[in-house]
Design a protein around this ligand. Structure first.
Ligand code: NAP
Length: 252
């Protein structure tokens, strides 16, 4: 048996994918052969189009659709439009996410709600809309981007930790509910990943984080994207309701 991953003919929608981890995930899925739907919110429209053009340069079909995943109508419209234009969605990656850190007693209602609405409710709205279609197709791969913060908590991130822990619960409930229809639902919990967020950290803070990572480095967006490709592939056909830490051994 040859161990190759070939997603040719499959369609993947990655939320929040004009830049950052989402773009790396979309790019990895495209390299594996999948056609791609890029999603972002309206202000990122031009950049989202440019990201989709990069996927087309690889020979894939790719479109960019704007839509705010925290808005239930937008999320439903996003899934429906993607299904209509691409013919199906085999792989949904719920990646769109934000942080709005503050200490608990200073955290505003808006800081709490915006993070819960985008990270957790956004994943729910997109999954609900996609599942309706995937159940009829009797196939689907849903991959939720959580975080190690949802497993271990972090001071100043009550909203983010709660949203990511919620995503893990959502993953497990949906995995149980959708398994009989040929749909797997898994989550990835990245640790500290080289990104716009970690680039801003002072070197001494970064060094302190690295001390707590057995593999001795920050992760890359490609490390996370590789795990997504695995979950999307036939190699993960018997894996559902699972959380895969991509964290260099930080949480174990
Ligand atoms: P990022 O660079 O800030 O990218 C997030 C993307 O989501 C952006 O394209 C953003 O659009 C989009 N987005 C935000 N709100 C949205 C909404 N309401 N609807 C649709 N799209 C929306 O973040 P990242 O570092 O790549 O993180 C991606 C995911 O990985 C997040 O879920 C994050 O929690 C998770 N994660 C990241 C790390 C890390 O170290 N970076 C670690 C663990 C987990 P704009 O470009 O318009 O802002």
């Amino acid at each position: 048996m040859a161990y190759t991953i070939d997603l040719t003919g499959q369609v993947a929608l990655v939320t929040g994918s004009r830049r950052g981890l989402g773009k790396a995930i979309a790019m990895a899925l495209a390299h594996a052969g999948a056609d791609i739907v890029i999603n972002d919110i309206a202000p990122g429209r031009e950049e989202a189009e440019a990201t989709a053009a990069e996927m087309r340069d690889l020979g894939r079909r790719a479109i960019a659709l704007c839509g705010d995943v925290s808005n239930p109508e937008d999320a439903t419209q996003l899934i429906e439009q993607a299904w209509t234009e691409m013919g199906k969605i085999d792989i949904l990656v719920n990646n769109a996410g934000i942080t709005r850190d503050n200490l608990l007693i200073r955290m505003s209602d808006d800081e709490w709600q915006s993070v819960i609405n985008i990270n957790l409710s956004g994943s729910f709205y997109c999954t609900r809309a996609a599942a309706k279609r995937m159940m009829k197709a009797r196939y689907g791969r849903i991959i939720n981007i959580a975080s190690v913060i949802g497993l271990m908590g972090n001071a100043g991130q009550a909203n983010y930790a709660a949203s990511k822990a919620g995503i893990i619960g959502l993953t497990k409930a949906n995995a149980k509910e959708l398994a009989s229809r040929g749909i797997t639902v898994n989550a990835i919990a990245p640790g500290f990943i080289v990104s716009a967020m970690t680039d801003k950290l002072p070197d001494d803070v970064k060094a302190k984080y690295i001390e707590g990572i057995p593999l001795g480095r920050l992760g890359t967006a490609e490390d996370v994207a590789n795990a997504v490709v695995f979950y999307a592939s036939e190699l993960a056909a018997y894996t559902t309701g699972h959380v895969l830490n991509v964290d260099g051994g930080m949480v174990m």
